[in-house]
Design a protein around this ligand. Structure first.
Ligand SMILES: Nc1ncnc2c1ncn2[C@@H]1O[C@H](COP(=O)(O)OP(=O)(O)O)[C@@H](O)[C@H]1O
Ligand SMILES: [Mg+2]
Length: 390
């Protein structure tokens, strides 16, 4: 099994978002796709999934493979319920299963020729169902729904009423149920709580297909991938790094350190060249002393010859400087640092927020039950809890 991306480019005027990207993923390799915000990661996944056309280049996968794509921003599937989405994912098998249940009911009432017809269709459909792993799909639905902790959510709940984390888990579950050969995941852990992330890591470890995942989650990448590809935000081209995220980070740190050394050395060379050119010019321009004796013509001849040699070396220095300045090593950008000056003493009160017996319910579903707490100035607080906790 393989996925190959050849010379793919995409322009969103006026920006060339992806510039001539090529890579191949084969076997059951898991690859992490990284890059700054807006560098084109989601665009690349959309192109591979077929949702967006590249301006040039080709995406190819081995014949007949099923591609599963989890978009970064989940589509809003109208009024669909969880059951509807799972049903869609399990596809025709569920349809077949419903038909079987229907026929089973018919069997109890049908008589004579009608009964024979029902029995014929039943055995035919049952054979289909078994052959296509219909029993397995039920098992898989249970495993995936339990793993992603969505069994407790009523299946008739509309998708749009779920919390962000619940939506993420339902979409992921429906994607995994289709058992795709190639998984394209766009920031899958963004809305997941810790247990769901751990479950996903384990699921992916046992998954036998190709995976390409966009993530900023260093720990998740370290657990799941064996190669990192990066879309460079400046060149819009692809960079490849073997290993997990830590290996990538080390390689980037080495590249950055080398860049700083190369830049500093080139700056020194530029300074040296300019100085040498200045000094050499000064030597040529220096006025020859006014000739005082009859030998003056000999002195002038010496001077002229020396000037000629000096001009030649000035020209070669200037040429070297010109070449460097035509394509200099760019200055490594400084990392942005934020040093907020916030003085807690300026606040009128030490109490910033006070909750007193706060409760909230959606119908019978109590989400917050009698919460009391105070946030005081200078505190740093993290709010944790499983998806759907409120
Ligand atoms: N449909 C579109 N029309 C115009 N510009 C787009 C469209 N989709 C993405 N872009 C632009 O392409 C760039 C890459 O976007 P995206 O692939 O979403 O980045 P990433 O996922 O790496 O954060 C961004 O500058 C974005 O604004
Ligand atoms: Mg994105």
């Amino acid at each position: 099994m393989h996925l190959s991306v050849s010379h793919v480019s995409k322009i969103y005027e006026p920006v060339t978002v992806l510039d001539d990207l090529s890579f191949v993923i084969s076997g059951s390799e898991r690859v992490g796709l990284v890059g700054a915000n807006g560098s084109g990661k989601s665009t690349l996944l959309r192109i591979i999934s077929g949702e967006v056309e590249p301006d040039s280049g080709v995406v190819a996968a081995s014949g007949g493979v099923e591609v599963g794509y989890l978009p970064q921003d989940p589509p809003e599937p109208g009024d669909a319920t969880i059951e509807d989405l799972i049903y869609q994912a399990a596809g025709e098998l569920r349809e077949l299963e419903r038909r079987l249940r229907h026929l089973e009911t018919d069997m109890t009432t049908a008589r004579g020729a009608a009964f024979d017809r029902v029995m014929d269709e039943y055995s035919e459909r049952l054979e289909q169902f078994e052959r296509r792993g219909g029993y397995d799909i039920d098992y898989r639905i249970d495993v995936v729904c339990a793993g992603l902790h969505i069994t407790h959510i009523p299946r008739d709940r509309q998708f749009k009423t779920l919390s962000g984390g619940e939506k993420a888990r339902v979409l992921l579950a429906t994607l995994l149920l289709t058992s795709p050969d190639i998984l394209l995941l766009d920031e899958p852990t963004n809305h997941l709580d810790f247990p769901s992330i751990t479950w996903l890591e384990q699921y992916l470890a046992a998954y036998s297909g190709i995976m390409l995942v966009v993530s900023h989650d260093r720990r998740f990448l370290n657990q799941t991938v064996t190669r990192i590809i990066e879309i460079d935000e400046h060149s819009h081209r692809l960079l490849e790094y073997p290993g997990n995220y830590d290996h990538y980070a080390q390689a980037k740190a080495r590249e950055r350190a080398q860049w700083e050394i190369d830049f500093a050395e080139q700056q020194d060379e530029i300074t040296e060249l300019r100085k040498a050119i200045r000094q050499a010019r000064a030597g040529v321009d220096r006025k020859a002393p006014a000739p005082r004796d009859p030998d003056k013509s000999i002195q002038e001849a010496h001077k002229a010859r020396a000037d000629k040699t000096a001009s030649k070396s000035i020209r070669s220095l200037e040429e070297r400087l010109r070449r460097i300045e035509a394509a200099p090593i760019p200055k490594p950008p400084l990392m942005m640092k934020i040093n907020p000056v916030l003085d807690a003493n300026d606040l009128k009160s030490n109490e910033i927020v006070r909750f007193e017996s706060v409760s909230k319910a959606f119908d019978d579903d109590v989400v917050l039950n009698d919460l009391s707490f105070t946030l005081r100035s200078g505190q740093r607080v993290v709010l944790v809890g499983p998806n759907g906790a409120g």
